[in-house]
Design a protein around this ligand. Sequence first.
Ligand SMILES: Cc1ncc(COP(=O)(O)O)c(C=O)c1O
Length: 466
Amino acid sequence: MTRRTAEPYKIKSVETLAMLTYDERKKALERAGYNTFLIDSADVYIDLLTDSGTTAMSDAQWGALMTGDEAYAGSKSWKRLEQAVRDVYGYQYVLPTHQGRGAENILSQLKINPGDYVPGNMYFTTTRAHQELNGATFVDIIIDEAHDPLFEHSFKGNVDLQKLENLIEEVGADRIPYVCVAVTVNLAGGQPVSMQNLKDVYALCHSHGIDVMFDATRCVENAYFIKEREEGHSHRSVAEILKEMLSYSDGCTMSGKKDCLVNMGGFLAMNDEELYTRSRELVVVYEGMPSYGGMSGRYMEAMAVGIREAVDDHYIEHRIGQVRHLGEQLIAAGIPVVQPIGGHAVFLDARSFLSHLPQEAFPAQALAAALYLDSGVRSMERGIVSAGRNQHGEHNTPKLELVRLTIPRRVYTNNHMDVVADSIIELYNKRDSICGLRMDYEPPTLRFFTARFSPLAESGDLMSGN
Ligand SMILES: Cc1ncc(COP(=O)(O)O)c(C=O)c1O
């Protein structure tokens, strides 16, 4: 018999969930323009929109909040955060920012000159937006397999070294200010990068004098996959693996709202003193004093504790296990999902789920809306809407047209995952009744946040027969 395991925490405080009727959810969806980002949280039953800033903090973190030193300069809380980053991640210099994109802004401004190229293992929305705003062209150098939702690969986030070499040859190393490596790769389905690949990328870049900057947002999840899947690492602690992983980079941007287990915050870290000095000059312009950078003292305290809690082997094993608990039920029921199941989310393959809809009818957006309508579960589109438009004003048409079911850390139990699975399975059985959407309002950048849609069906209903 396989012994079952349970959450490695017990619950001290609870929040009541909203349980709306079908008609109430329908009205809420209409008010939100069929965009799950625009649904009020008060109307959501199980919120899988994002794992960003939605973490449940521990009692130790709540306790630490009270010790926050809110001094404008030289806060004790900042010292504790800086020490936690040095101890757990191993970078020498750290600058706090209000969240990950604050760090991306500063890094992009300092490193990029107009006309540069920034290669990365698949783009992330805010990261690419900052690179482009500073005049760079983003170049995707992830392995081809990452674009195939069903291809089983232990490290689907790996960089294709040949693609990177080709780019260096084509544009020259001096036009590549840094290579941006995400660990794990959010838009590929939370897929990890292997230790060997990180080592190889670092060696290749350094032989050309190019820096490697990690997007370390979900680096602990990546370290767990290395422990689980890569030969020679199973006996090591996640903390040890993480430190080695990050040693194959020159610095990182970090959204603390994920693997630092807090609701707000981030940082930029590096080993180069000169880059640090220049970054400090920009932190004061965009974020605040280098000893708070957009965070309050209490939040820096909570983050310092969270950084250490996240590398607890029991925590991370359960975290990845809970995501898999949802994913494996869906696979068993024949639902098309990105495989293998990644670190922070289960991704439904909307192209295949709603194979009767063309990509221009926004199948992933429609599926996310239908899931909310069916059960009050909130998810997010990661497909043509998120990919935005190219320089010619045409839709970017990514191969992956996905709905992301993102699991917040330490928030839901496996029973909640079962409820989500039931709803998706029922929806799959009546998938032909779901129609596509038209976009009625489109903002110029990061359109997925605020775009509005309506059903293409003449009846005006997203799902016929309900
Ligand atoms: C991979 C990745 N990088 C960067 C960011 C941006 O971080 P933030 O939301 O803290 O600005 C996110 C946020 O979701 C992310 O998933």
